[in-house]
Design a protein around this ligand. Structure first.
Ligand code: SAH
Length: 611
């Protein structure tokens, strides 16, 4: 699931050690493992006969990433003749047989190899080996900048601009369309200049819909990205030839100085959904064909309505109206153009500019529990989900704790602790756009964490349960973390109660406290006391005192597994004489819990112990 954002992946191994390292990983992540037929035995295994070299050339074009459990040297020899260029080569990652190093060998940037190596490393607690220059810069790589948003690359001197960035020379960025979120998340000392003319640039990046021809002897290196913001509205006579549709769209774009790479998709009337030329045009370019009913199209005000068209299909505009609707009522850049060719049919084309780019991606939301604080208390799966994400959203303190996992260029949105709802909405919004978003909570994300709010938000928005794709990654929750620091207090039936009455009426909390006290549950109190909420913990204590001995052991564990961790062992009667705050979990023992040599023990059974 986590790895789904990398497209299709395969692994290759030949020796027993490498197979043993890769097979469990492949099984967990549903990745085919290519290995010699003689040693194939598992469902995930893809046996090959004959030479490994032939197997690799067969699978090379099929996958977006290949994970080799072979010596790096052997991999270099095996793939040398298959490598074409870094824009189209797959990501090639090599892992040593012991799983100590995950090396991004080839296709590091554009193939996604660096991101893949970093994402895989936590699985084996391995070190990701990334040798590219931009890695050390803590900057997004210019040749992958637009990938999260599905931008297309135009012509340019990518190596030249990358080198200028690596030298920290001033790089002018002229961004006319597309998300500017990446600009807001650059480190303070970044080399980009966004205000034209403020300094002498030594390289330039255009982010626009205009195709620019850069002369070979241009003084500075330049590159261009094309966010997909152009919706091409089309109408046609039944059976119009593909060649005419292609010519019409090409000419319309050229006339208006618009780049074909900036096309988001084609838009037309629903009656035209089966028009072969439109379907073929879209299929060849991997573009969506969006269709709308005549009622929807007829409601749109257009510059060139046609009575004849209205009579025929029930809307006075197809091309213009469809472009406008598909662009979510963006600006009509090119009015209806008509093309007719004897024997080929006729087609109309209009182009509208959307405010937001079409990413062509379906979005991924990882709801991640990071555990109590220390990185080694976070599951490898959760770490992988954070590393692969385009965007990480969470409360600032938690994001600091997982800072070692952050990749250069990742968008980090730290929102204040009180804005959980806004955080959830923001995560859903970005995932709906097609980004891969990790929402990070401390402990477990589904225990007084962000996961529930995100799912509630999705439900409110009529989510279909699939898109964006959701993954919930559990973490060690505070009650487990706290318990582990003081012994085994949770050894018998236990419950968790949050004393925060911000989202739950106090009467409900009080009722649950009484039931837990009465039921002799070991009880973990979350959110026990804040500046505003002082009285709740006092009431909780008195409720428990009504049912339990004042000598009942109580643990106050603060900031478990963080730098400022502290533990206090006390009793139900004495607990309020010690500091308790929002970073504390209060563990109240049951009637059997005892404090032995400063370790809390809750017996597993209720039998009378032999004396
Ligand atoms: N999702 C979190 C809980 C969030 S509610 C989890 O599963 O742990 C916040 C409360 O959790 C805090 O008020 C405190 O009571 C408790 N808490 C969170 N982290 C803690 C830690 N490291 N040590 C002790 N208590 C912690």
């Amino acid at each position: 699931m986590t790895l789904s954002t990398f497209g299709s992946l395969a692994a290759i191994a030949t020796t027993p050690d490498a197979i043993a390292t890769l097979r469990p990983f492949c099984q967990t992540n549903n990745i085919p493992l290519y290995l010699p037929a003689a040693v194939a035995s598992h469902t995930i295994d893809q046996p090959y006969e004959g030479a490994l070299r032939d197997c690799i050339s067969n699978i090379w074009p099929q996958y977006e990433g290949l994970i080799f459990g072979l010596a790096a040297g052997a991999v270099v020899r095996l793939i040398a003749s298959l490598l074409k260029d870094k824009a189209t080569d797959p990501a090639v990652v090599v892992i040593d047989p012991q799983g100590k190093f995950v090396v991004s060998l080839c296709g590091g940037h554009q193939g996604g190899g660096d991101r893949l190596a970093r994402t895989l490393a936590p699985y084996w607690q391995a070190e990701a080996v990334i040798t590219g220059a931009t890695e050390a810069l803590d900057l997004p790589a210019i040749d992958t900048l637009g990938q999260p948003w599905g931008w297309h690359k135009g012509a340019g001197d990518w190596t030249g601009v990358s080198a200028a960035i690596a030298r920290r020379q001033t790089v002018e960025v002229i961004q006319e369309v597309g998300s500017t979120l990446w600009q807001e998340h650059l480190p303070p000392d970044h080399p980009f200049a966004f205000e034209p003319g403020t300094s002498t640039p030594q390289a330039r990046v255009w982010i626009s819909v205009t195709p620019r021809q850069f002369s070979a002897n241009s003084t500075i290196p330049k590159v261009q990205w094309h966010p997909r913001v152009l919706w091409v509205g089309v109408g046609c006579e039944r059976g119009t030839a593909l060649a005419l549709v292609e010519q019409a769209i090409r000419e319309t774009l050229t006339q208006a100085q618009l780049a074909p790479e900036a096309i988001a998709g084609l838009a037309t009337l629903d009656l035209k959904a089966d028009e072969v030329a439109f379907q073929q045009f879209c299929k060849a370019r991997n573009l969506p064909l969006c269709t709308f009913s005549s009622e929807t199209l007829n409601d749109v005000a257009v510059p060139n309505p046609s009575e004849v068209v209205a009579q025929a299909v029930g809307t006075a505009s197809v091309a213009e109206a469809a472009a406008i609707v598909a662009s979510e009522h963006g600006r009509l850049l090119v009015q209806k153009q008509s093309f007719k060719e004897l024997g080929q049919g006729g087609v109309t084309v209009a182009i509208a500019l959307a405010e937001q780019e079409y990413t062509g991606r379906s979005g991924h939301l990882a709801l991640v529990g990071m555990g109590p604080g220390a990185l080694n208390q976070m599951t490898p799966a959760a770490q992988m989900a954070v590393v692969q994400a385009d965007v990480i959203i969470g409360y600032g303190l938690y994001l600091e704790l997982i800072q070692p996992l952050q990749r250069p260029g990742q968008i980090i949105e730290a929102l204040p602790i009180t804005q959980e709802r806004e955080r959830a909405e923001r995560a859903v919004e970005l995932a709906m756009q097609g980004l891969s978003v990790a929402v990070v909570s401390s402990g477990d994300c589904g225990i007084y964490g962000m996961a529930g709010l995100v799912l509630e938000t999705l439900q409110t928005q009529g989510w279909d349960g699939k898109t964006p794709n959701i993954e919930v990654l559990p973490g060690i929750t505070a009650l487990q973390a706290a318990a582990s620091r003081v012994g085994t207090p949770l050894m018998h039936d236990f419950c968790a109660i949050s004393l925060s009455d911000l989202l739950t009426p106090w009467s409900v909390i009080e009722q649950r406290l009484k039931a837990a006290a009465q039921g002799d549950f070991v009880t973990a109190l979350y959110n026990p006391r804040s500046h505003q909420r002082q009285i709740q913990i006092v009431t909780a204590q008195s409720i428990f005192l009504a049912h339990r001995n004042p000598a009942t052991p109580v643990a106050l564990v603060r900031s478990a597994y963080r730098a400022d961790e502290s533990m206090i062992l006390t009793t139900l009667g004495e607990m309020l004489t010690h500091p308790i705050d929002m970073l504390t979990t209060v563990l109240i023992g049951n009637s059997n819990t005892r404090n032995y040599a400063n370790w809390l023990i809750t017996p597993r059974g209720y039998q009378v112990q032999a004396k």
